[in-house]
Design a protein around this ligand. Structure first.
Ligand code: V47
Ligand code: SF4
Length: 367
């Protein structure tokens, strides 16, 4: 690396590169400068250093499927293409039996995880959702249940009259194994007011994840980017996550979510380029030095971009999905019916020069 540093002309970038290669944490100002000044090749190189430190040459995936229980939602986030109010002809809501039927469709398949996330339905509290988890666990005890964004959790726990702590403990007893990263959007309070005014605050999102970690429930974190935010807002978001991870060490993966423009009221903004996606993965990998994994969610970004992202700090491709999610096809993703075989995922990973590793939900390798 010392040999390569001589090719960096910019004084600030050279200092930042020295910190990264010397294992020293970068500051928010450094992160901002990386976004502002570093070219894509340099970001790939620096993110590769941090990636290798955490994950060597491995690129992970799992065998999973999604359940989206409902698209009815009490909120109206401006970027969301998915939610519909109660009574809308395009709204849906599955019963417990219908959701168990989805689980049963995978009875003879080697899936290890179900990911359950949907709209914030007005009628149901944590006991309704908890009993669904219990039924799933009774049917297939070994299935890891990663369920409910912090925003859904906030509503269902409050509706049941519980504290966040007691609610999470109860959900764990019902069968909740981990929490996905949704609902974080962008933490800056002014922007949050502009794009998703009504939903849980940034502070509450962080408190819910902190409380989950303290109670032995690991989680993921996301950031919605490529809309009205600027680099300072992104660094602020990453910084709040890095600070919480220092405290709890409960996050498994960070998943940047690219704003997709179709069928929502922010469409006029358009979408950022693949270059910006790769730069964002790389700076995230470098800044979140205490996050073990950075995930490219391929149904959103596309298979080829996810493959490319492996050279920009990403080490996890999410999973096989098996055509069980609609959130991103409704927002305009080209991966209309997302499904990949494990062979296909392994081939994408090998082509990019990495070693495919099937993992469970806690990143233990599955041979
Ligand atoms: O919170 C909604 C996002 C999230 C749009 O933890 C949009 O493994 C882009 O959190 N353009 C839900 N994004 C999905 C989510 C997730 C996905 C994959 C893996 C994991 C994980 C978590 O979807 C929402 C919101 O940020 N979203 N609309 C849109 N138009
Ligand atoms: Fe509801 Fe989630 Fe869509 Fe916001 S992003 S409107 S909370 S489904």
């Amino acid at each position: 690396m010392d040999d390569l540093l001589q090719y960096i002309d910019d004084k600030d970038l050279k200092l930042i590169a020295e910190k990264i290669s010397g294992n020293t944490r970068i500051t928010p100002e450094d992160g901002f400068l990386l976004f502002k000044k570093a070219d894509l090749a340099l970001l790939g190189l620096l993110a590769g250093i941090v990636r290798r430190k955490h994950n060597g040459n491995n690129a992970y995936f799992n065998r999973n499927f999604h359940i989206e229980p409902t698209n009815k939602c009490i909120y109206n986030c401006r970027f969301c293409s998915y939610h519909k109010p109660e009574g809308d002809p395009e709204s849906w809501e599955f019963s417990h039996d219908e959701m168990l039927d989805i689980v049963k469709r995978f009875d003879n398949k080697e899936v290890t995880e179900v990911h359950i996330v949907g709209g914030v339905h007005p009628s149901y509290d944590l006991h309704y959702w908890g009993s669904l988890l219990k039924k799933i666990k009774e049917h297939r005890p070994s299935l890891h249940v990663k369920a409910f964004s912090a925003v859904e959790l906030d509503y269902m726990i409050t509706k049941a009259g519980c504290t966040i702590e007691d609610g999470l403990k109860l959900l764990k007893e019902y069968g909740l194994d981990s929490i996905p990263g949704g609902g974080a959007e962008i933490f800056d309070e002014e922007l949050r007011k502009m794009i998703c005014d009504e939903k849980s605050s940034s502070e509450l999102w962080l408190t819910i994840h902190e409380t989950a970690h303290r109670n032995g429930i690991p989680s993921n974190a996301t950031m919605l980017y490529g809309h009205i935010e600027n680099y300072k807002h992104r660094i602020d978001h990453l910084d709040r996550l890095r600070e919480l991870q220092d405290k709890t060490n409960g996050f498994n993966a960070f998943i940047p979510l690219k704003y997709k423009k179709s069928n929502n009221s922010m469409s006029y903004i358009g979408e950022v380029s693949i270059i910006e996606d790769l730069r964002n993965y790389a700076v995230s990998r470098i800044y979140l030095d205490n996050f073990p994994h950075i995930k490219a969610y391929w149904p959103m970004i596309g298979k080829e971009s996810a493959q490319l992202s492996l050279s920009f700090g990403v080490d996890d491709m999410d999973g096989t999905i098996d055509d069980t999610t609609r959130i991103y096809s409704m927002a305009g993703s080209k991966e209309g019916n997302p499904a990949m075989t494990t062979d296909e995922i392994c081939q994408l990973i090998r082509e990019a020069g990495f070693t495919p590793v099937e993992r469970d939900s806690l990143y233990n390798p599955i041979s």
